[in-house]
Design a binder for this molecule. Structure first.
Ligand code: KG4
Ligand code: ZN
Length: 347
């Protein structure tokens, strides 16, 4: 990584995201104005297999990426030469999927001479908050809950993160996906549990709210997942029919209660009155309304991207990239995909 301080005013960035099962490209100006946001989802393909098949994801990214990039430029009414940088997610994520985006961005940068910026996927999720909340600036506390991550983070400054807590086992989204599969809802689990829970009673079954010894901010969801599986097994053994909506709503309530409690503890302890959410699970309607209420009760300002900006997209990568650009971050052509890139770590 090369550092050269640069602080231009009108910075337009072409951003690319391919870390999992969405092929996405976006044009973003000054980190907050989205000129285009193209997302080509592979959900239908992976539904057949009950989850994301990495090899299929990589192949589909290869087939779609050029079209998606061209469409992002076209709908922003911009030419490539008008871009100040090309940004791309380089980790964490599926290695083959990441490599497609990274290779495309490097090729564009090499052919056009436009600077290359590698972006951390989770920094992207957090930065989605800047797009729809123009007034939001660090410091603030952020709950990041996606398919692969559950973190409580203090965003000290743009690009500066302090991790307060993380999951000890499954990520929140992973728990949603596994429980959805167990109760026969299939993939993608989170949105399906969200929907069916609206018909169920969240108090029907009392699932455990896990606490992690020694750390108030850490999460653990695998015990909850096992409790749901045990409940399903015991119903089967007793010949009892399960009510899918009640199980979904009760599971969702257990996750939401823990996320809300830990988040509010973190906000109070940090003495910051600003709280944001990020990642696919942040689009969950029960979580959003519970956090809205908890923040209103405690007079904490609550920031949340709209649901489509919570799940994977490239606009959030363009938002994060702008602040990297202003910090002077430029990557070389040796930029590689880093599947297990840690938050705060840089290539
Ligand atoms: O952030 P994301 O799109 O991709 C990753 O970076 O992982 O998050 C995907 C995860 C999946 O586990 C999905 O089931 C979950 O977010 N998710 C939801 C909802 N929408 C997506 N979980 C709960 N409720 C939702 N409405
Ligand atoms: Zn994501």
């Amino acid at each position: 990584m090369q550092l050269e301080m640069d602080n231009e005013e009108n910075v337009t960035i072409l951003a690319i995201e391919s870390s999992c099962d969405e092929t996405a490209a976006s044009v973003v100006r000054n980190g907050r104005d989205v000129l285009s946001n193209i997302i080509s989802s592979q959900i239908d393909l992976h539904t057949l297999y009950g989850g994301v098949v990495p090899e299929i994801a990589s192949r589909k990214h290869i087939e779609r990426i050029n079209q998606v990039i061209a469409e992002a430029l076209r709908s922003a009414d911009k030419r490539l030469e008008e871009m100040d940088a090309v940004a791309v997610t380089y980790g964490p994520g599926l290695v083959g999927a990441l490599l497609v985006g990274v290779s495309a961005a490097k090729a564009i940068s090499f052919a056009s001479g436009i600077p290359l910026i590698g972006v951390h996927h989770i920094e992207g999720h957090i930065s989605a908050n800047y797009i729809e909340n123009k007034e939001l600036e660090p410091p603030f506390v952020c709950l990041v809950v996606s398919g692969g991550h559950s973190h409580l983070v203090v965003v000290r400054d743009y690009g500066e993160y302090e991790i307060l807590g993380r999951t000890r086992d499954d990520a929140a989204g992973e728990a949603f996906d596994k429980v959805a599969r167990a109760i026969g809802l299939g993939y993608p689990g989170g949105p399906k549990i969200d929907k069916v829970s609206k018909e169920g009673n969240p108090e029907a079954i009392r699932f455990p709210r896990a606490k992690v010894e020694g750390s108030v901010y850490d999460f653990s969801f695998s015990g909850l997942k096992s409790a749901v599986l045990n409940y399903l097994n015991s119903c089967e053994m007793k010949g009892m029919e399960i009510c899918q909506a009640d199980v979904a709503a009760s599971f969702q309530k257990a996750v939401v209660d823990v996320l809300v409690e830990h988040s509010m503890q973190a906000v109070e302890a940090c003495g910051l009155r600003k709280f944001a959410i990020a990642g696919g699970v942040a689009s969950n309607s029960a979580l959003r309304s519970a956090l809205q209420k908890a923040c209103a009760d405690k007079k904490i300002a609550f920031y949340h991207p709209s649901p489509v900006m919570c799940t994977d997209n490239a606009a959030m990568i363009g938002a994060a990239a702008y602040y990297e650009y202003c910090r002077g971050v430029r990557h070389g052509y040796d930029l590689n995909a880093v599947p297990n890139l840690k938050l705060g770590e840089r290539a």
